[in-house]
Design a protein around this ligand. Structure first.
Ligand SMILES: Nc1ncnc2c1ncn2[C@@H]1O[C@H](COP(=O)(O)OP(=O)(O)OP(=O)(O)O)[C@@H](O)[C@H]1O
Ligand SMILES: O=c1[nH]cc([C@@H]2O[C@H](CO)[C@@H](O)[C@H]2O)c(=O)[nH]1
Length: 387
């Protein structure tokens, strides 16, 4: 098969990312800037491009949440009977779309929130399937990085017969190419965000660059942890971070010690706040969540539900919290309300075999308001050790 002409390749790049700069076009295609300008002028003459535009921000309610991080293929292997270590277990296998940033983006799209995803995709079947699926879900993937001769990210999880995770393996080296330079090349899309959500699949320097720009632009940034080993990607200086969401084991990694009591969790959160993060949410699996409220902690119990598969519960929780944050035009979002919405979406997700529960409706979250707190199962007595 003959390779498309440079002009055609340039057109495809602009089609995929209308924000792309002439400098990036020149670098990607191995052309000079003047050759790029010549092709653009020719495409305008042919009316395949209608001109070069100034980009104005959309009205607030239509500005997207921009999610930055992983889009993986998840392989889940679930034992049929009780899982036994160091031997072969009869199991069933399934494949779904995953990656923390992608899962959050899909949850938000299903809740009818405008959302864009900046990720890296390989040039394999998985990359094309991830791209098609995201587009069909209504996620704007035009700013994502298409990598030649690279396999897409994969996550392989071993679940027991009850749907609880035993071990998981993450093959995701391609996200190391989501560098600060890549971020800079997507500055126009990022500037349009109502909220930026970054997962810790990103390299440390990239997360630091996102924090720097959130601080400089006074723009809200939520950071979502993905695993204990990848807590090493959390920069020390967190000034500019609106919210850090992580599970208790990940907070233990940050603290460098076990956190068996509520007082331990409070101290560890205070440490993260001293590093500059405004708020912290600590998810505690089937028990519930803590969130900071100035120097105090608020505890909310999880819904008691029958688990089908826990994969994606944390991402659904994070998506509902982000959904809640963008409902307020000012900075007055109520974190307790956001977490109650998170618990509700996570409960729906653990009861579904899918990583992102299908058939979500924003009404599910809208129905949870400040006025119904007393009737909410999320306000049951703490199950967590409090001494
Ligand atoms: N067994 C469960 N029953 C009810 N709710 C659950 C259960 N497990 C998780 N959840 C809900 O999901 C939220 C996030 O779970 P968890 O603390 O395990 O996060 P996570 O480790 O990031 O999850 P994951 O990696 O599976 O997406 C919890 O706060 C809770 O609301
Ligand atoms: O290192 C990582 N492990 C797991 C995930 C993703 O977490 C999801 C479940 O919460 C799952 O979809 C997996 O791909 C990731 O993005 N990075």
């Amino acid at each position: 098969m003959t390779e498309p002409s440079k002009k055609e390749q340039l057109y495809q790049l602009i089609h995929a990312n209308p924000f792309i700069s002439q400098q990036d076009l020149a670098a990607d295609l191995g052309l000079s800037r003047s050759a790029v300008a010549g092709h653009i002028a020719s495409l305008i003459r042919e009316r395949r491009l209608l001109g070069r535009a100034y980009v104005l921000p959309a009205p607030r309610g239509q500005r997207p949440v921009v999610c930055i991080g992983a889009a993986n293929v998840d392989r889940k292997l679930r034992t049929i009977a009780t899982l036994q270590a160091s031997t072969s277990n009869p199991a069933t296998a399934s494949e779904t779309y995953g990656g923390v940033a992608r899962n959050i983006a899909e949850n938000l799209a299903r809740l009818h929130t405008p959302v864009a995803l900046l990720t890296a995709l390989g040039d394999d079947g998985a990359g094309r399937a991830l791209q098609d699926h995201a587009q069909a879900a209504g996620i704007d993937t035009r700013g994502s990085l298409a990598l030649a001769d690279t396999a897409s990210g994969t996550y392989t999880a071993i679940l027991d017969a009850e749907g609880e995770l035993h071990v998981a393996l993450a093959d995701m080296a391609l996200y190391d190419q989501l560098t600060p330079e890549f971020l800079a090349s997507r500055a126009p899309q990022r500037a349009a965000a109502a909220l930026t959500v970054a997962d810790l699949n990103l390299p440390l320097e990239t997360v630091a660059a996102l924090i720097d720009s959130a601080r400089a632009d006074h723009a809200p940034l939520v950071i979502v942890a993905v695993s204990q080993p990848k807590m090493a990607r959390l920069p020390h200086d967190l000034h500019g971070v609106r919210l850090l969401i992580l599970n208790r084991a990940e907070l233990e990694t940050v603290a460098g010690r076990p956190l068996p009591t509520e007082a331990d969790v409070r101290l560890a959160c205070a440490g993260v706040q001293q590093r500059g993060a405004r708020d912290v949410i600590v998810t505690c699996g089937s028990q519930g969540v803590f969130h900071t409220c100035d120097s105090q902690l608020v505890w909310l119990a999880a819904h008691q539900v029958k688990v089908v598969d826990v994969t994606g519960a944390g991402d659904a929780f994070s998506a509902a919290v982000c959904w809640s944050l963008v409902q307020n035009a000012d900075d007055s979002a109520d974190l307790t309300l956001a977490c109650r919405r998170g618990l509700a979406l996570a409960a729906v997700t653990v009861q579904s075999a899918s990583t992102v529960a299908p058939a979500l409706e924003a009404g599910l979250l809208e129905a949870i308001s400040n006025t119904d707190a007393a009737h909410d199962p999320g306000h049951a007595a703490p199950l967590y050790t409090t001494n």
